[in-house]
Design a protein around this ligand. Structure first.
Ligand SMILES: CC(C)(COP(=O)(O)OP(=O)(O)OC[C@H]1O[C@@H](n2cnc3c(N)ncnc32)[C@H](O)[C@@H]1OP(=O)(O)O)[C@@H](O)C(=O)NCCC(=O)NCCS
Length: 187
């Protein structure tokens, strides 16, 4: 899985690539920031995530494969955004994969960084033989993320009421899917 280069609207170059073992510290910081700042956007709590040491994250990143990986966006070597993907492994479910953990640090938002990460991720995923559907969930009130995914071709197929409970408040989630084999028809 190669490196992709994207360009922000302010015309600076960003590198988008799969995270490796050596990115564990930066990934841990960015994920912690995401969970702290946007608790209603993610299913994992900060406390749950912090149980994972940098070493455990490094080990997982070292074990990444074409079917289970995190893509990161870098500006001058700093990790500024990320998105994860995993493919189902059971025989009857191997046509499906899930995107998770999409996040861009505040300062870099609105410049096409998430689009660059997601485009690179989807390009990589389209190379997987037999992979036909990419799923994700997004908090219904998250207009920015819902628009991003729609622009990339995802379609909603259901709302899960009260999918998340954050500090006593419930949040609905929209389930979305992208068919990566459009010849067989889209949602
Ligand atoms: C959602 C998020 C990842 C978007 O990242 P970003 O780098 O700012 O997005 P981009 O600049 O690449 O925008 C891509 C598209 O997303 C949509 N979008 C992004 N920000 C938006 C906003 N504030 N309002 C409306 N649409 C928005 C637009 O369709 C945009 O394309 P367009 O400008 O050509 O219409 C970012 O806001 C974020 O990290 N939010 C907090 C975490 C989160 O909600 N993650 C998603 C969990 S499912």
């Amino acid at each position: 899985m190669g490196t992709a280069i994207g360009r922000t609207r302010s015309d600076s170059l960003i590198e988008v690539r799969r995270l490796r073992e050596g990115d564990a510290g930066a990934m841990r910081e960015l994920r912690r920031e995401a969970l702290e700042r946007e608790p209603a956007s993610f299913g994992e709590s900060v406390a749950e995530f912090l149980q994972l040491s940098s070493n455990a994250i490094a080990e997982r990143l070292g074990e990444s494969s074409n079917e289970n990986f995190i893509f990161g966006a870098f500006d001058a070597g700093s990790l500024i955004g990320m998105a994860g993907f995993f493919r189902e492994q059971r025989e009857k479910r191997r046509h499906k994969g899930t995107v998770w953990g999409v996040y861009v640090t505040t300062r870099y938002r609105g410049q096409g960084v998430a689009r660059a990460i997601m485009s690179a991720l989807l390009e990589a995923v389209r190379e997987l033989p037999g992979l036909a559907c990419v799923y994700l969930t997004v908090t219904s009130s998250n207009a920015a993320a819902r628009k991003l995914y729609r622009r990339l071709g995802f379609r909603g197929f259901g709302i899960e009421p009260r999918a998340l409970a954050v500090n006593g408040e419930f949040f609905d989630e929209e389930h979305m899917v992208l068919f990566t084999d459009p010849a067989r028809g889209g949602v």
